[in-house]
Design a protein around this ligand. Structure first.
Ligand code: IMP
Length: 183
């Protein structure tokens, strides 16, 4: 595949993960859109449509977030803005506070990726990773809620895993693998 992937993100962690998983040349681009859609799909499509693509370039945008069962799916599409300022530390601490009285710790990460071709065609794929929210932060890798999320079947949080392992089983990894089948 000769195309260059233009990714609508300024998040260096996401960009690195997308490059590692796709093994394609990727370029990050700022997207100025307001992520005010009600669904991950709506936000991903809005972001990817904002990219100005040249011939040979394919646009990619992901919208992702954490949905916690006992919080009725929150923080969901608001995951990036759940705490202010939205540092990993603040996001995790606020989540721990909100879940202080939750005995049931089930959660899932969702990632929707929208891919845009220069002819305007858009395709979306979704990746889900189920897991649990721990009662304390563990690990130093990753970003966002990684220190609290332990995927089903594993003893380590995303933040304790080597990046290859997280990429293999994460919501983003799963969505990207589906997408690569289209190239
Ligand atoms: P957005 O997709 O840029 O709207 O950001 C989604 C937010 O969800 C991020 O800022 C993180 O806080 C959180 N998030 C998404 N994916 C991950 C992940 O792989 N690990 C940890 N947090 C994530």
């Amino acid at each position: 595949m000769k195309n260059e992937l233009i990714v609508a993100t300024t998040n260096p962690h996401k960009l690195r993960e997308i490059a590692q998983i796709s093994k394609l040349p990727v370029t990050g681009r700022t997207s100025q859109v307001r992520e005010n859609g009600k669904t991950f799909e709506a936000n991903a499509i809005k972001k990817v449509k904002s990219l100005k693509l040249k011939p040979g370039q394919v646009g990619l945008a992901d919208d992702s977030g954490l949905m916690v069962n006992c919080l009725n799916g929150a923080p969901g599409v608001r995951s990036a803005r759940f705490a202010n300022p939205p540092t990993a530390e603040n996001l995790c601490r606020k989540l721990l506070r909100k879940m202080a009285n939750c005995p049931q710790r089930g959660a899932k990460f969702i990632c929707v990726i929208a891919l845009a071709y220069p002819d305007g065609k858009i395709r979306t794929v979704k990746g889900t990773c189920y897991g649990r929210i721990l009662r304390e932060m563990r690990g130093k890798n990753g970003f966002g809620y990684d220190q609290l999320f332990r995927p089903c079947g594993y003893q380590q949080t995303f933040a304790e895993m080597p990046s290859k392992m997280k990429n293999w089983l994460s919501h983003r990894g799963r969505a990207l693998k589906k997408l690569l089948a289209y190239f």
